[in-house]
Design a binder for this molecule. Structure first.
Ligand code: FAD
Length: 316
């Protein structure tokens, strides 16, 4: 079932959804499944699974220094299959441009179709470690809108080197949106025009980067609507859980953490208190977003569930 179909069926009721990250090098898969299990009580219609590009390590092989590609978090596809089997929910794999040729992407999309996957989050991906900016693989896509175009073309029967009357895929495509602007874009306005390219290429819904100030989300939605982006915009939420995140989240994701939240975290004297502050802040955010009628609250779980469970208990 398409994600957008779930939104239509919900008739204005806000749904609960989550994102998980494949474990490091295949470790603790059982823990991941155990962590998700308690969240099933809140009936997520879909679970998103991130995709991680290759990184490189240098290693001495027979006296020569070699650059060897490794994938630190493999298994996106396998985890999707396991989730669908065990929890009977839609698994939404993230598909990235970085590190793939268009031909490799086509093969990957066909594999997704064979597995019964109907929804995809289409992303560009970040630059490789050590690179100053994103460089596509030779013969690969440079921006997410090109990946969306490839998926839309496939849905219409157009493969890279073949046209058929009808090809059996009918993927529903999500894309990323940034209420506080993507870090490379010169302005939010320019970034929104690029977001529109993705929607014009066929994206069916948008999932936002995390934000801690709902005003940012509401303004973003208003600006999207003003330029003709009319698809559902799912707010992404992450409960803050450590003091260190006050520094690293803005560094990694280029976002602001409101003064009041910073103050509340800094006033804590124990880690458990910080977690509680994060839970309460996210509950307040969630409550206001639900009142505004958002289609879903999408939680970045970092593959842990206790704080998200506490939040969902209070909201759903
Ligand atoms: P794009 O939409 O291609 O945008 C990238 C930049 O280029 C923006 O500044 C945009 O304004 C500009 N731009 C876009 N199109 C054009 C164009 N045609 N011409 C000129 N400029 C253009 N990363 C992962 O590696 N794996 C994941 O699983 C993953 N999941 C994510 C999930 C969500 C919900 C979000 C918000 C991000 C996720 N990311 C993930 C991170 C994402 O890959 C990075 O933020 C990346 O830098 C941008 O990806 P994008 O798809 O938004 O890129």
């Amino acid at each position: 079932t398409k994600i957008t179909e779930y939104f239509n069926q919900a008739k204005g009721k806000t749904l609960f959804s989550l994102e998980i990250i494949p474990p490091m090098k295949g470790s603790n898969f059982g823990d991941l499944m155990q962590n998700i299990e308690p969240l099933m009580e809140f009936n997520p219609p879909f679970i998103e699974v991130t995709y991680h590009r290759e990184e490189y390590i240098t290693k001495e092989v027979n006296g020569e220094t070699k650059r060897i590609p490794i994938r630190k978090r493999p298994g996106t596809l396998g985890i999707c299959a396991a989730i669908m089997q065990k929890f009977k929910v839609e698994a939404v794999p993230h598909v990235i441009c970085g590190g793939f040729t268009k031909e490799e992407t086509e093969d990957f999309l066909i594999d997704l179709h064979y597995l019964g996957i109907e929804n995809i989050l289409a992303l560009r991906g970040d630059q490789e470690k050590g690179e100053t900016h994103f460089i596509p693989k030779s013969g690969g896509h440079a921006f997410a809108n090109e990946l969306v175009e490839q998926i839309s073309a496939m849905n219409q029967g157009k493969l890279l080197y073949e046209e058929t009357e009808s090809f059996p895929t009918n993927f529903c495509v999500g894309v990323a949106g940034y209420p506080e602007k993507h870090f490379e874009a010169i302005s939010l306005e320019e970034d929104l025009q690029n977001l529109k390219r993705k929607v014009d290429a066929g994206a069916d819904y948008i999932v936002t980067q995390m934000f801690f100030d709902n005003r940012k989300y509401f303004d973003f939605v208003d600006k999207c609507r003003a330029i003709g982006i009319n698809v559902p915009i799912i707010p992404g939420l992450k409960p803050l859980s450590t003091a260190r995140q006050l520094q690293i989240l803005p560094e990694i994701f280029f976002l602001d953490i409101p003064e009041d939240l910073q103050k509340a975290v800094k006033a804590c004297t124990a880690p458990e208190q910080i977690k509680q502050v994060g839970i309460e802040w996210t509950i307040a955010q969630g409550r206001e977003l639900m009142q505004a009628g958002v289609p879903a609250l999408h939680f970045y779980t970092m593959s842990k569930s206790d704080n998200v469970q506490a939040i969902a208990k209070s909201l759903f």
